[in-house]
Write a protein that binds this ligand. Structure first.
Ligand SMILES: [Zn+2]
Length: 276
């Protein structure tokens, strides 16, 4: 398949619905179906593929998302750089609703998710992935993070530069004890989708950067009745416009030619399978 897109955005219709000439395509993968169709559009000369992470009807909870199919489908479409907006809870009182965090670390507290393509299971074409261990010390793309930070500042939305995204299994929110524990570790925000997206992107040699919008203070940082889903949706809705502006400006700032560690992550590895 020829490259139809170069940059992937894992996010819903709020990010692409008003673009001209959006083309919907379906992509099948050796790992099954992605969350939804891919929606291809163009922005400032860059070709983008949007993929609604939870499906266009938001019917997939975080632990049911086929992360492997999602990242594979993006790569098969030609995508090499991925931007991942997500809603998170703030683990510090100063990270209230509306805070934008561009994390530089993550902690995996998920429980049930397949987090590798190199699991020994043969693909439908008969090829067999080898055992592969990748460096993941720095889970996010440096130039991707820098582009997101510059874009936010350009929109007068001072972002939090760095910090740790703690990814929990969900779909429930944390207890107060869990949340206080996460905060005491020095972690910044908590979400449900940032893992295994980041490592699967790395395993495909893709650049990946997260833009984490705080929609609520997590249970350990607030003093009310705890997090509610309505609250999360309300704050996300209030901020989706400016998050879209930041995303699109980030797209414009992403390097046309990649020169980062993501590109060479797979160098010298015998994968056993052919990447699309
Ligand atoms: Zn990169």
């Amino acid at each position: 398949m020829s490259a139809q897109a170069e940059i992937g955005v894992i996010g819903g219709s709020g990010f692409y619905s008003f673009l001209d000439d959006v083309t919907e395509i379906t992509v099948d993968t050796p790992y099954g179906e992605p969350s939804d169709s891919l929606f291809l559009g163009e922005l400032g000369g860059r070709r983008i593929a949007f993929l609604p992470r939870h499906g266009r009807k938001h019917h997939l909870p975080p632990h049911r998302i086929n992360y492997r199919a999602n990242l594979w489908a993006l790569r098969a479409t030609g995508v090499r750089q991925v931007l991942a907006p997500c809603a998170v809870g703030g683990l510090r009182p100063e990270y209230g609703p509306g805070t934008l965090v561009v994390p530089d670390q993550l902690v995996d507290r998920t429980k049930t998710r397949t987090q590798t393509y190199f699991d020994g299971e043969p693909l439908p074409d008969g090829s067999q992935p080898n055992v592969v261990h990748l460096t993941f010390a720095d889970p996010y793309c440096g130039p991707g993070r820098a582009a997101a930070l510059a874009a936010a500042r350009g929109q007068d939305w001072e972002p939090v530069d760095g910090g740790t995204l703690c990814v929990v299994e969900g779909p429930r929110f944390s207890t107060r004890a869990e949340s206080r524990w996460h905060a005491r570790q020095g972690w910044s925000v908590v979400g449900m989708t940032g893992h295994p997206e980041a490592i699967l992107a790395r395993e495909l040699g893709l650049c990946y950067a997260a833009l984490a919008l705080v929609t609520d203070l997590d249970a350990g940082a607030e003093t009310g009745d705890g997090v509610s889903h309505e609250e999360v949706l309300k704050v996300f809705g209030e901020n989706v416009g400016r998050l879209r502006d930041v995303l699109f400006d980030t797209v414009a700032r992403l390097p046309v030619t990649r020169d980062c560690a993501c590109v060479t992550a797979l160098d010298g590895m015998d994968l056993g399978i052919e990447l699309p």
